[in-house]
Ligand binder design. Structure first.
Ligand code: NDP
Length: 460
């Protein structure tokens, strides 16, 4: 009989924690899980899932307008925010319930309270005051929105707040050029909010392929989002009619809502990690090795709390690899290369592998770029001028595909399948020998021609 209460104790029932807890319980391990908020974590409760519903909600508005050219006449149209908001929250509660059930059905014990480290094998459950011990502890507590300290920053909302707003503002100012800022600008604009997106750089989506960044700028403008580049806010002042935001270039913007989407930080403050000797980096992320093991041999961490690749499916894979390594005797490291992802602008971005500038840094003149830009069939009839941009990057004489980037309808769906091709190391010849599926947007990816010679490479 083990001297510990649990074989595994998981702190945090988000995507990574729930997967690890379930898999460990299915191996017959005695598992405890603590969660201070709703099971499901950021992704299910205040992230990917409710966000995607909002994107669908915004897209319906555009579809209704475009339906006329397809013969539909639609009467007066209006949008009711509380209806969408409450429907989403109901679904979030249902999904969160499923997460609890998954753990409990598999025999894990779920503690609906905060847990903090007492020492390397002991955690204190903060509401009940109970302490429990475990042989292995997994930290999967995720992260939280981070806001720069400027005068009046307390007036700004963050993504956590965006799903449950009492009313939708008439005007919104979104600060940031990353995933969350770009997605929410698209959502708000699509729901009829006069939206401005302000970014300190000169192109949205830092780190993405430069042409994708330009295309996303076009997408935002097409959606009537006003873009303000090269400026950061310095003060938010509350006024009788809303807020006045002052920027470092001296300009001011009046708005009804200020939304800071300026990045996220790991949730490690006051977790008691120092009591266990777990080391963190400058941003508070738990430092782990390739097996997600921290500086303490029985304590592991997965997901956003490690600030590696902050995506739900990555946390899930890291969790599965952790269970294999720590509890099933099979050392398994998750390979973080070529992770496909999507940014749900409207239309979205799908991306996998290297950007052109990173490819050129790594492979120099061995890089070949194929690209196309075309108006998808649906839009030719509807009158929507938006185009699809596709780019495929290869390396070497065998033309191994090392990057694919798409901005356009269905790119989130396409990139999942294309991610398999890049992960598998397929070549351009493999793409060319694949028969097209006609008529689709995706068929263009198997008929791509080299980008016009002489076209200047844009650097991110
Ligand atoms: P990001 O890191 O994507 O973007 C943060 C933005 O804030 C950047 O534009 C950054 O500018 C800017 N910024 C940072 N500090 C300041 C500052 N002091 N003043 C002004 N601007 C600042 O973070 P997000 O919060 O958007 O998203 C967090 C992570 O969550 C993402 O990186 C992603 O991993 C994940 N996510 C994934 C989604 C998906 O898969 N669809 C959706 C949402 C989130 P700069 O670029 O110049 O540093």
């Amino acid at each position: 009989m083990s001297k510990y209460d649990f074989d595994l104790f998981v702190i945090g029932a988000g995507s990574g924690g729930v997967r690890a807890g379930r898999l460990a319980a299915q191996l017959g391990k005695r598992v405890g899980v603590a969660e201070e908020s709703l099971p499901g974590g950021t992704c299910v409760v205040r992230g990917c899932v409710p966000k995607k519903f909002l994107v669908y909600g915004a897209d319906y508005g555009a579809s209704i307008r475009e339906a006329a050219q397809y013969g539909w006449s639609i009467g007066e149209v209006s949008f009711d925010w509380p209806t969408l908001r409450d429907a989403i929250q109901k679904e979030v509660s249902r999904l969160s319930g499923i997460y609890s059930t998954i753990l409990e059905k598999n025999g894990a014990t779920l503690f609906r309270e905060r847990a903090e480290f007492v020492d390397a094998n002991t955690v204190r459950l903060c509401k009940s005051g109970k302490t429990v011990t475990a042989k292995t502890i997994l930290v999967a507590v995720g992260g939280h929105p981070w806001v720069p300290e400027i005068k009046g920053s307390e007036h700004a909302i963050v993504s956590d707040d965006a799903f449950t707003l009492e009313t939708l503002p008439e005007r919104a100012l979104i600060i940031g050029g990353g995933y969350i800022a770009c997605e929410f600008a698209g959502i708000y604009a699509g729901l009829g909010v006069k939206t401005t997106q302000s970014y300190r750089g000169s192109r949205l989506l830092n780190g993405f392929d430069a042409e994708v960044r330009d295309e996303v700028g076009e997408v935002q403008k097409h959606n009537e989002i006003e873009l303000k580049f090269n400026s950061s806010p310095t003060e938010i002042k509350k006024t009788a009619g809303g807020y006045i935001v002052t920027f470092d270039d001296g300009s001011k913007i009046g708005t009804d809502l200020v939304f800071m989407a300026t990045g996220r930080r790991p949730n490690t403050a006051s977790l008691g990690l120092q009591n266990a000797g777990v080391e963190v980096d400058d941003l508070g992320a738990i430092i782990v090795d390739e097996y997600s093991k921290s500086s303490v041999k029985n304590i592991y961490a997965v997901g956003d709390v490690t600030n590696r690749v902050n995506l739900t499916p990555v946390a899930i894979r890291e969790a599965a690899a952790f269970v294999e390594t720590a509890l099933n005797g099979k050392k398994t490291a998750y390979d973080h290369s070529n992770i496909a992802s999507a940014v749900f602008t409207r239309p979205p971005v799908g991306t996998v592998g290297l950007s052109e500038s990173d490819a050129r840094k790594e492979f120099g003149d061995k890089v070949t770029v194929y690209s196309t830009k075309f108006r998808p069939m649906k839009n030719t009839l509807s009158g929507n001028p938006q185009k699809v941009f596709m780019k495929l990057i290869t390396e070497g004489r065998k033309e191994k595909v090392i990057g694919i980037h798409i901005v356009g309808d269905e790119s989130g769906e396409m990139i999942q399948a294309l991610g398999i091709c890049v992960k598998a190391g397929l070549s351009k010849a493999d793409f060319d020998s694949t028969c097209a599926v006609h008529p689709t947007i995706a068929e263009e990816i198997v008929t791509l021609k080299p980008r016009e010679p002489g076209k200047v490479t844009v650097v991110s």
